[in-house]
Design a protein around this ligand. Structure first.
Ligand code: ACM
Length: 266
């Protein structure tokens, strides 16, 4: 049995120091979890209007904010998944880091499908969809970010690589995802943890409302826990990753063995 926490809060725009302090306080409430998942761009806020704005707060993976969280992962012996703005040479990515206790280097996923004004502010991700095996927890953890949910290929690619739990740091601004995320879990027979943010960002004459409702979905598509639209909270779910290792859902039917890729066009 593995305990997964999703953290829901409203990151402050352009203020990594304040967000780090909030995240550290919320980690105290997530103390019982083996894996803790924070929202997309949790360290910086979301609604950037230009690359210059991103560059002002983006950090490399070994920058001060992630380094502080890496030490926290080590001290707490927890795996942390953190959405952040990554600067790598001249490139800027909407990224998520997987910080592993006992590991100097973290795994980074750079968002594949950029949404709306992200296209003006970030470079498209070039990492593909990573799956990391964590021996101490005997789980295979995959990562995608927010808008990736609209592309069934993202979760399917992670599942085909063996992901048993998909972490999905998010800043969701529509409501359609509530119908679809459980389906991503069910159609791949994986657990799916959505850490969404709350709050409002008004920038460039536009207002984005982030509607929370973070959740952990079982491989059946049923929610194991769910937050409301506005609360700052840490949700905890117990999962059994070994249940996802066979894709059979009855004695004759198997989601992966029954695939007919020769008839698919991707
Ligand atoms: C989103 O990808 N943040 C909607």
């Amino acid at each position: 049995m593995l305990r997964v926490a999703v953290v829901q809060f409203a990151p402050a725009f352009g203020d990594p120091a304040r967000n780090l302090a909030t995240m550290l306080a919320l980690l105290d409430a997530a103390r019982a979890a083996h894996i803790v998942i924070f929202p997309e761009l949790a360290t910086t806020g979301y609604f950037f209007q230009s690359r210059q704005e991103v560059a002002a707060v983006a950090e490399p993976v070994d920058g001060p904010t992630l380094e502080r969280l890496r030490r926290e992962a080590q001290w707490r012996q927890q795996v942390l998944v953190v959405g952040f703005a990554e600067q790598a040479d001249r490139r800027l990515y909407n990224a998520a880091a997987v910080l592993l206790p006992g590991e100097e280097h973290c795994i980074v996923y750079r968002k594949t499908h950029l949404f709306y004004k992200e296209k003006l502010c970030f470079d498209p991700g070039d990492t593909g969809f990573p799956v990391v095996y964590i021996p101490a927890l005997d789980v295979r953890l995959g990562v995608m970010i927010c808008y990736d949910w609209r592309f069934p290929e993202a979760a399917r690619t992670l599942a085909l690589q063996g992901a048993e739990l998909i972490a999905c740091p998010s800043n969701l601004v529509t409501e359609a995802w509530e119908m679809v995320m459980p389906v991503r879990a069910l159609e791949n027979k994986v657990y799916l943890a959505v850490a969404n943010r709350t709050g409002v960002e008004e920038r460039g004459g536009e207002r984005l409302i982030f509607r929370g409702k973070s959740a952990v979905y079982a491989y059946t598509g049923h929610p194991l826990c769910r937050a409301n639209a506005e609360e700052t909270t840490v949700l905890l779910a117990e999962i059994e990753p070994e249940q996802t290792r066979t894709k059979a859902f009855d004695p004759l039917d198997d989601l992966f063995a029954d695939r007919r890729p020769e008839y698919y066009r991707l």
